[in-house]
Each structure stands twice: as structure tokens, then as C-alpha cells.
Design a binder for this molecule. Structure first.
Ligand SMILES: *[C@@H]1O[C@H](CO)[C@@H](O)[C@H](O)[C@H]1NC(C)=O
Length: 751
């Protein structure tokens, strides 16, 4: 019953009905009998028919009653699409009279469709740096209904970044789009989930939704960030290579390459620092790759940067402070700031030899230094101030005792364990002329035969001087004395003394040559010695027996007791050699012994030797030896052997042998006289000629003081005394010379 009756036409009536779509089969559309004003009986007689060229399949007509009903589902959207005017037509005819009726059925829309999106969801990818106002269209929803039943509005779920804008098209379409109202930040929210709802205007309205997923694409809009503003580390010096200093950690909230970090040392680190530290660009680990030396640097500040791999890249910097801890790895150093390797031996105690600077590059106790000098040397250290010492002499020095010192200075620090170092200073003492040269002997005695060749070597005197260099360079000289210097000269370099002329015994028998040695120091030091030169003559006299006294040509007779025991002393015999005389000087000297007065006892061939025996111990021997102060034991008597006052036999011969001082001097006088006789050629035994007496044998230089005192060496056998007795030399000599021979004395005075 929704049909609306309309006014019928005159002959060819047209009737219009309106029905909604989607009515069920049999639903009433209209009653044409009623609407045409015809009664039902008449309608049935008129043979009502439905013409088939119409949309007859949708309807059924009861020809008896004229009622039209829906016979098939009517879908307006299928019939008419989006055309809001939708009609179906039905043509009817009657026969008697023939009339045509045209019936128009308007199909009215009902809201039988919701708006629909082409898919349930949609994804958008939006660059995070997209500018505000940027639009992002969404595929629209479709609603086949028309009129208010079709799509009317869109709704966007609440969000912070997007607004919805709907573009209305001239064809009535409504196109939704997202508009960026607030900047995206991928790092804040990388995905946005929105819901867009489309709704029609039906009653009730229908709607549908689409899920919109927005992925924010990363932009390199963040720099790397270190997890600390700065880093610190502490390392001991000399840490091994590869030691981890610190591990840096930087992050970058960007993604992909924009967040991929590489570490490096900043370019403004010094080259030296770059040799010591290395950073792993991937892990951010800083490790030691060079020598950490506290003495080079106690702290390092490493500038580090972290860069991402975005384009353009973004970077960040931070610093790493590395403190180095000292270890005792430096031994003290000893530096000579002033040093004189030569020191005068007369330097007083306390003289500064060297100034020493010590240092230790370590710090703290490890850098504190103590100094010591080798003990037992005449040197000491004085601390001037913290790092300076002076090396001083501590006692007097003597180069002749120790000429050279190796002074070792030890410096050690207070580290644990301590390190030390030694320096040795060679110190040579410089000589001072503090020693005079000394001759090997204070006096020299030389015997030289007369008529010596000119220029022959007399003797070499030698001196030594413990000083050095100039101070020990010696030169010899004969202290100037005119007569002497015409006889002798000395080699000033080696002290060899030469004769300058042949010596004449008759002229000069003794010389006293004073020699001096002098060093070349400044001032020079010197000393002297004396060389005694004795001139010797030749041996031209035979010995003669002077006791017992026997007239020339006769034999000596001596009576002995009949009952003389074996060993009985018969007599003593004394002989002299005029050639040697009383002077004779140094008979022990080599080469002159042949002239010595050694006499061998012997019997004449006719003697009956069986009854006599020479006691060798008491053989009659007169010895001269100025060298020998002591009597020779060969001819020394023991108390029992001594003839005269004592002995095994009571041999008081009386006069047979001198037994007192007087007799001794008498004997001596005899000896001298005999000798002089021989010298004068008067001796029966002396075969030589012209041998001079004693006084003539010494030159003008000769003084008593320098004549060897032969008397002390004249031993009178059987006497306890020598000619040197308690009476004194001079007395003895006087008695010897004056009591000897007047002629000799006269000669001496004459000279
Ligand atoms: C001393 O020097 C002279 C001249 O050089 C030389 O003939 C002589 O043999 C030297 N004497 C000694 C003992 O060396």
C-alpha cells in the first residue's frame, strides 16, 4: 500500500506508483481498477492484458481485481546505479473498447548499502622532515546508495600530527586526505596508526573504517651522543701496548646509516698523541699503542669524535683525560757542571774539584736523589742545595804517594726498589816541585890509575827525583871550581863524569869533586854530592921483612927451649911493601888487590921443615883496608892464641913482640921508616926506583881530613890495639906521621 493514486488520463491513462526497492514478493504496488474508476466486473469483461515489452517481470497483475504486486526483487542500485531517478514501466491493455494504460513505478532508494573502502587498511611512508601542510590522499570509500543514503562524511581518529581534509568533487565524490599539521619525529614515534571512518546519511546511518598505518621515514636529524660528557682514565707509565684505556660509547637515535657510528681521534690531537693512543672505530675502545712516559707527559687529553654514516654526516666530540702514574723507571743522572780533571797536589783540604748536578726525572720519592762518594779516598761530597753537590778534597794530597784517583760518585733515588747510577771521575794530581833530587850516594869514591886516557869515563853519578815532568827533569853539573873543571867534566843529562886530561899521580893524588843535581821545576830544587877521586900509581916495589930485625945478608937466629912443646911460638915476622907504603888506600878494590900486602909464608928449600910449622892463623900479614873498620877475622887472634901476655905457653920472651902502646908505635915507626927507605931506593929488598914517601904522594888538595885513616886498619898481630885507639885519630895520625919520618914531614911542609 504505498502506491500513490494519480489523476487518470482521458483515453490513454497513465498511472504512477512509487515503491521502495527491495520489497518482498507479493508486496502491493497499486490497484488500477480503483485508480481508473472502473468497477471490477467491467474490468474482468474487458479482458485485461499485460504487454510484454515492459518491465513486466518485476510485477504481477490480477486481471480480475486489477491489483499489481511485486513479483521479483527490485534493486534500485542495480537498475539505476547512482541515478537518483529510477523508474520501471508496465503497459496494460483492454479490448472492449480497446484502451492502453501506462503505469510508471518509481523505485525509491533505501539505505541498503554502507560506504565501503577499497581495502581495510592502507600504509603510508612519510619522511620525518616532511613540511607542515603536506597532503597525503587516502583512497575514498564508495556508497552505491543515493541521496542521503550515500556517503556523507569522513571522520579521522584522534592524533597529534594529522588533520583530515575532504575534497568534494563536482561529481559528488568526496575524497579524504591527511594534512600534516604538526612535524613528525621518527625518533619520537616511528609509526602512527590512524582510523578513517566513512559514514552515509541514511537513517540509521551506515559506516565503515579503514586503518591507516604511517611509517615515519628517518632523516639524519640527530647527531651521535656520548654516554658521558667526558671520560677519565688512569694508567701507569710504561703500560704494555694494547692496554685498554677506556671504552667510549656513543649512540645515535637515527636509524640505518644515520645511526651507524664510527669513532676516531680528532684531527686536532697532536701527532705525538696519535702515536701513543689508538681508537677502534667500531667499538670505541681506546688502547695504548705507544710508550707512555710520565716524564714526557703526566696527563693526556684525547679529543675523540663520533660520526654517523648519514649524508650529510653528523658528528659529536668528547674528550678523554688520561692521567699517567709515575713509576720509578729513571735512574738518577749525574751531570758534571764543572770539573777539573787535574788537581794540584798542594791543594789544601776543602778544595772544590767538581760541581755535580744530580737529577731524576721521576717524581716524588722516586725522584729524590742521594749522593755518595767512594769511601777511603781523600774526597768528600758537600751538598750545596737540593740538586747540587761539590766534590771537595778532604785531606792533604801527595802526588808522589798516589798520583791518580778514580773517584766514584753514586747517586740513588728513594724509589722502591731504588735505582742508582755511578759516575767515575778520573782525577790526576798535578805535580808540584816539592821534592829535591837526591843522589844515590852522598859521596862517591873513585880510584883511577894515573896516565889514564883523556876523556875516559870516571864514574856515573845518578840522582832521582820523585816529582814528574819538569820537576823531575834533572841536570848535573860540577860546582864550579876552576882547577877541578879543567880536570873533569860531567854529562849534564846522565851524570857521567869524564876526565879531561891524563892524571898524574905525582901531581895530584886526590880530587874532591863537588857535583850538583838540579831539577827543572820552578823554583828548581837541587842537592849535592862529592866524588873523591884517588889517583893510583903503579906497583914497582918488593916487600921487605922489617921484624925481626936482621942485618943485611945475615940469618936470623932464635933460641928455643929444648923442651919446647909442639905449638911453641918461635917468633913473629912482619913485612912491608914500600910501594904500597902506609897509604894505600882501598886495597880491597878490584884490580888493585894484586898490590895488596898479602904475604905468603914459606920455608927456604934447605930448611928442616919437620920441626916447624907456620901457624896460618898468625902468619905475619899486614893488611890495609880503609873499607874495613873491623879487623879481618883471618888474622885476629883469639885470646888463647895471642902470644905474649897470655897463651898456653908461658912465652914471656920480652921484646920478642910489642905488647904495649909504646912498642906498638915503635913498630909502626919502623914500618914507616922501612917503607920510606924502600921508596928512596935504600931498601935492600926494594927493587923499584923513585917511589915517593908518604907526604909526597898527596897533592895540595889533600888534607888530613881526607886522607883515609889507614892506621885504624893496621893491626899489629899479638896486640889488642889497632892504631886507632882511644887516643883519637888525630893524635894517632900525628904520632904516625911525625914519628915516622922527618923527611916525609919536611916534604909535606915544603909543598
Ligand atoms: C851518558 O851520555 C853520553 C852521551 O850521550 C853517553 O856516551 C854515555 O854512555 C851515557 N852514560 C850512561 C851511563 O848512560
Amino acid at each position: 500500500g504505498c502506491a500513490e493514486p494519480r489523476a487518470p488520463p482521458a483515453s490513454s491513462a497513465q498511472i504512477r506508483y512509487s515503491i521502495p526497492e527491495e520489497l518482498t514478493r507479493g508486496a502491493f504496488v497499486g490497484n488500477i481498477a480503483k485508480d481508473l474508476g472502473t468497477d471490477v466486473a467491467k474490468l474482468a469483461a474487458a479482458n485485461l492484458q499485460v504487454l510484454s515489452d515492459s518491465d513486466s517481470q518485476y510485477f504481477s497483475v490480477n486481471v480480475n481485481t486489477g491489483v499489481i504486486m511485486v513479483s521479483e526483487r527490485i534493486d534500485r542500485e542495480q537498475l539505476c546505479g547512482q541515478n537518483p531517478r529510477c523508474f520501471l514501466h508496465l503497459k496494460l491493455a483492454i479490448e472492449n473498447p480497446v484502451e492502453f494504460y501506462r503505469i510508471e513505478v518509481e523505485i525509491l532508494d533505501i539505505n541498503d548499502n554502507p560506504p565501503e573502502f577499497p581495502s581495510d587498511e592502507v600504509s603510508l611512508r612519510i619522511y620525518e622532515l616532511a613540511s607542515l601542510g603536506a597532503r597525503f590522499p587516502i583512497q575514498p570509500a564508495q556508497d552505491p546508495d543515493v541521496g542521503t543514503n550515500t556517503l556523507q562524511t569522513y571522520h579521522l581518529s584522534a592524533n597529534e600530527n594529522f588533520n583530515l581534509n575532504v575534497k568534494a568533487r563536482t561529481d559528488g565524490g568526496k575524497f579524504p586526505e591527511l594534512v600534516l599539521e604538526r612535524a613528525l619525529d621518527r625518533e619520537l614515534r616511528a609509526f602512527h596508526h590512524l582510523v578513517l571512518t566513512a559514514e552515509d546519511g541514511g537513517s540509521p546511518p551506515q559506516s565503515s573504517k579503514i586503518r591507516i598505518t604511517i611509517q615515519v621515514l628517518d632523516a639524519n636529524d640527530n647527531h651521535p651522543v656520548f654516554d658521558r660528557p667526558s671520560y677519565g682514565a688512569r694508567l701507569v707509565e710504561n703500560s704494555p701496548l694494547g692496554t685498554l684505556v677506556v671504552k667510549l660509547n656513543a649512540t645515535d637515535v637515527d636509524e640505518g646509516p644515520n645511526g651507524d657510528i664510527r669513532y676516531s681521534l680528532s684531527s686536532h690531537n697532536s701527532a705525538a698523541l696519535r702515536q701513543i693512543f689508538a681508537i677502534d672505530e667500531q667499538t670505541g675502545e681506546i688502547r695504548v699503542q705507544g710508550n707512555l712516559d710520565f716524564e714526557e707527559a703526566t696527563v693526556y687529553e684525547i679529543e675523540v669524535e663520533a660520526k654517523d654514516m648519514g649524508s650529510p654526516t653528523m658528528e659529536e666530540h668528547c674528550s678523554v683525560v688520561v692521567e699517567i702514574t709515575d713509576v720509578n723507571d729513571n735512574a738518577p743522572e749525574v751531570i758534571l757542571t764543572s770539573f777539573s780533571s787535574s788537581l794540584s797536589e798542594d791543594a789544601p783540604p776543602g778544595t772544590v774539584v767538581a760541581v755535580i748536578h744530580v737529577r731524576d726525572r721521576d717524581s716524588g720519592e722516586q725522584g729524590r736523589v742521594q749522593c755518595h762518594v767512594s769511601p777511603d779516598l781523600p774526597f768528600q761530597l758537600r751538598k750545596d742545595y737540593e740538586h747540587q753537590y761539590s766534590l771537595l778534597t778532604s785531606t792533604r794530597l801527595d802526588r808522589e804517594h798516589v798520583a791518580y784517583y778514580n773517584v766514584t760518585i753514586s747517586a740513588s733515588d728513594l724509589g722502591s726498589p731504588p735505582l742508582s747510577r755511578h759516575t767515575t771521575l778520573p782525577i790526576a794530581l798535578a805535580d808540584v816541585n816539592d821534592n829535591a833530587p837526591q843522589f844515590e850516594q852522598a859521596s862517591y869514591e873513585v880510584l883511577v890509575a894515573e896516565n889514564n886516557p883523556v876523556g875516559s869515563v870516571l864514574v856515573t853519578v845518578s840522582a832521582a827525583d820523585p816529582d814528574s815532568e819538569q820537576n823531575s827533569r834533572l841536570s848535573y853539573s860540577i860546582l864550579r871550581d876552576v882547577p877541578i873543571s879543567t880536570y873533569f867534566r860531567i854529562d849534564q843529562d846522565n851524570g857521567t863524569i869524564y876526565t879531561m886530561r891524563a892524571l898524574d899521580y905525582e901531581q895530584d893524588k886526590v880530587f874532591q869533586v863537588p857535583v850538583e843535581v838540579k831539577d827543572a821545576g820552578s823554583p828548581a830544587l837541587s842537592s849535592t854530592a862529592v866524588v873523591h877521586v884517588f889517583v893510583l900509581d903503579e906497583n914497582d916495589n918488593a916487600p921487605t921483612i922489617v921484624y925481626p930485625s936482621v942485618p943485611k945478608g945475615s940469618a936470623f937466629h932464635q933460641t928455643i927451649p929444648v923442651l919446647a912443646e909442639p905449638g911453641y911460638l918461635v917468633t913473629k915476622i912482619v913485612a912491608v911493601d914500600a910501594d904500597s907504603g902506609h897509604n894505600y888506600l882501598d886495597v880491597g878494590r878490584a884490580g888493585l888487590t894484586s898490590q895488596a900486602q898479602n904475604y905468603t909464608s914459606c920455608f927456604s928449600p934447605m930448611s928442616d921443615q919437620s920441626d916447624f910449622l907456620f901457624n896460618r892463623g898468625i902468619k905475619t900479614t899486614l893488611l890495609f883496608s880503609p873499607q874495613q873498620a873491623q879487623p879481618n877475622t883471618d888474622w885476629r887472634f883469639s885470646q888463647t892464641q895471642r902470644p905474649g901476655t897470655s897463651g898456653s905457653q908461658n912465652g914471656e920472651e920480652g921484646g920478642a913482640w910489642p905488647n904495649n902502646q909504646f912498642d906498638t908505635e915503635m913498630l909502626q915507626a919502623m914500618i914507616l921508616a922501612s917503607a920510606n927507605e924502600a921508596a928512596d931506593g935504600n931498601s935492600t929488598l926494594g927493587g923499584g926506583t923513585g917511589t915517593m914517601g908518604l907526604s909526597a904522594r898527596y897533592g895540595p888538595q889533600f888534607t888530613l881530613q881526607h886522607v883515609p885513616d889507614y892506621r885504624q886498619n893496621v893491626y899489629i898481630p899479638g896486640s889488642t890495639a889497632t892504631l886507632t885507639n882511644a887516643a883519637g885519630k888525630r893524635d894517632a895520625k900525628n904520632s904516625g906521621s911525625s914519628g915516622g919520618n922527618k923527611k916525609k914531614s919536611g916534604k909535606k911542609e915544603k909543598k
